[in-house]
Design a protein around this ligand. Structure first.
Ligand SMILES: Cc1cc2nc3c(=O)[nH]c(=O)nc-3n(C[C@H](O)[C@H](O)[C@H](O)COP(=O)(O)OP(=O)(O)OC[C@H]3O[C@@H](n4cnc5c(N)ncnc54)[C@H](O)[C@@H]3O)c2cc1C
Length: 478
């Protein structure tokens, strides 16, 4: 019988194996990966000296999850590879939204809160006052959409022009469906516990006075990030350096085998053992199975044996995103910045555009006469604007049309690449936290040798996935 079998060699599966082998020095791990490579959605392609990111591209160094990632990066000896954007860099300061036919820079300092800045009809401090002083309202089921919370506490313009595009940028989702607990868990808790936010901050502030803050791992890299005020970071050779670093570490360990091109087709779980059936019909018996697959995939694998668990897992939806990478052989006249997001209210197929050549200077000289853009399309609205048979050409034509209108970019790129990432981002819709609790409760109550990690449960970003894998090792099962 094999020791622990991990399904999926994306960031979640690789991180789980790393923490597991560190925690249990005598155990072994087998990672089964359906595709021909490790890394899952994290894929960086080198082309003519440029880095083309096909999925994620940046990591935030903040909070416990950020500090944990920095610790991992340091442990994997990847610190020297980092490229960081400090908080005073144009890409950190200038983030825009496209509203009513115009690009608007989002407020980025305290002074800008006191100016009326379109598309907002009043200075932002007025929304902040509303947030602090508006009376709370008890919310049934202890959850609501993030749009409804922000509308209730700040006002509709903040919900439409700040939160809705932000949710598009983070998970390509609809703020009217995404749970407030996805991003604003502690604010929502404060709101429900106290009369107003002002009371909440005063009371919670007084009760935590003198108490130790969050215990974050303060690696040398964490201290460097804090000292240099990193806003986001990546790696010289692209974001894929991180899963590749994990793969190298695991291979050196010798207690881990990574088996590529092996898809798990069937899973049978009993009290102390599991049987994994692979695409080539071979079988592996394991003490414990760890799924880092999207919830619906593991849901389908367990559904026959445990229909309730299968249904619970299948009810975590995902969205599809088209990623279009474009290279122009000239410097386009775009404002330096991270890029822009498009609020769903604008009814456009574009979720946002990243000005890659203004962000990470992987190769600073390369961008003197070139521009690199990444356009993200579809997400929660993929089926509204595209059909599943939409080819690259159709997606490209739609992209060019909107870039011409929004950025006045009429020329064609010298390089264009389209990838449709099917079901790539889980959606933490209202009720998600309760749903995940139910899933873990089911696994515990039935004593199943199963752990769940990856982006479907405890956060969709890179930091969350790494921390979720670490916590799954500590939890043991569920
Ligand atoms: C377009 C896009 C942009 C993003 N941008 C950012 C960003 O800038 N910053 C950030 O922090 N996060 C970002 N994210 C999120 C980040 O990419 C994810 O959190 C992370 O990659 C998820 O890793 P995972 O291991 O959970 O899943 P995956 O990457 O999906 O890995 C799962 C693995 O399981 C394999 N698999 C599937 N089925 C089977 C099976 N039956 N048997 C065996 N193997 C199987 C798959 O091939 C895959 O390798 C972005 C995501 C996307 C899609």
């Amino acid at each position: 019988m094999s020791g622990t079998v991990v399904l999926g060699a994306g960031l979640g599966g690789l991180s789980f194996a790393h923490y597991y082998l560190k925690r249990f020095p005598k155990e072994t791990v087998t990672i089964l990966e359906a595709s021909e490579r490790v890394g899952g959605w994290m894929r960086s392609i080198k082309k003519n000296g440029l880095i083309i990111e096909k999925g994620p591209r940046s990591i935030r160094p903040r909070g416990l999850p950020g500090a944990n990632t920095l610790q991992l990066v340091q442990d994997l000896a990847l610190s020297e590879q980092i490229v960081a954007i400090p908080s005073n860099h144009p890409a950190a300061l200038n983030r825009m939204i496209y509203v009513n036919g115009e690009l608007h820079r989002l407020p980025n300092n305290v002074m800008s809160l006191f100016k009326k800045q379109p598309p907002f009809s009043q200075p932002l401090y007025k929304y902040l006052l509303n947030f602090l002083t508006s009376a709370t309202k008890p919310i049934p089921e202890n959850d609501e959409s993030i749009y409804s919370f922000v509308n209730r506490k700040f006002g509709i313009e903040v919900a439409d022009y700040l939160i809705s595009p932000l949710i598009c940028g983070i998970c390509a989702g609809d703020a009217k469906e995404i749970s407030v607990r996805f991003l604003m868990d502690s604010l929502f808790e404060k709101d429900q516990r106290h009369g107003t936010m002002l009371q909440a901050f005063v009371i919670d502030g007084l009760s935590s006075f003198g108490k130790k803050g969050e215990d974050v791992p303060k690696s040398d890299l964490y201290q460097k990030a804090a000292k240099e005020k990193w806003s986001i970071f990546s790696f010289k050779d692209g974001i894929e350096v991180l899963p590749q670093g994990l793969e190298r570490w695991l291979k050196k360990e010798q207690r881990c085998s990574i088996v590529l091109n092996k898809q798990c087709k069937q899973l049978e779980l009993s009290k102390n053992a599991a049987k994994v059936t692979l695409s080539d019909k071979s079988e592996i018996r394991a003490k414990h199975v760890v799924s880092s697959l999207p919830a619906s995939k593991i849901g389908n694998l367990v559904k026959k044996q445990y229909p309730i668990l299968g249904d619970l897992l299948n009810s975590i939806p995902t969205v599809t995103v088209a990623v279009v990478n474009l290279e122009y052989d000239k410097k386009l006249p775009i404002k330096p910045g991270f890029g822009f997001l498009v609020p769903p209210k604008e009814n456009l197929p574009i979720l946002g555009v990243i000005f890659d050549s203004c962000c990470f200077e992987h190769y600073p000289n390369e961008f003197e006469n070139r521009t690199l853009l990444t356009v993200m399309l579809g997400g929660r609205w993929y089926d509204k604007y595209f059909d599943r048979s939409s080819g690259d050409e159709e997606i490209l034509n739609i992209t060019f049309k909107h870039l011409a209108t929004i950025l006045n970019v009429k020329e064609r790129p010298v390089f264009a690449d389209v990838s449709v990432l099917e079901n790539c981002i889980p959606q933490y819709i209202v009720g998600h936290v309760k749903q995940v609790k139910e899933i873990r409760k089911f696994v515990h109550e039935h004593d199943l040798p199963l752990s769940l990690c990856g982006s479907s449960y405890d956060g969709v970003g890179i930091n969350d996935v790494i921390l979720s894998a670490k916590n799954a090792v500590e939890r043991g099962s569920g």
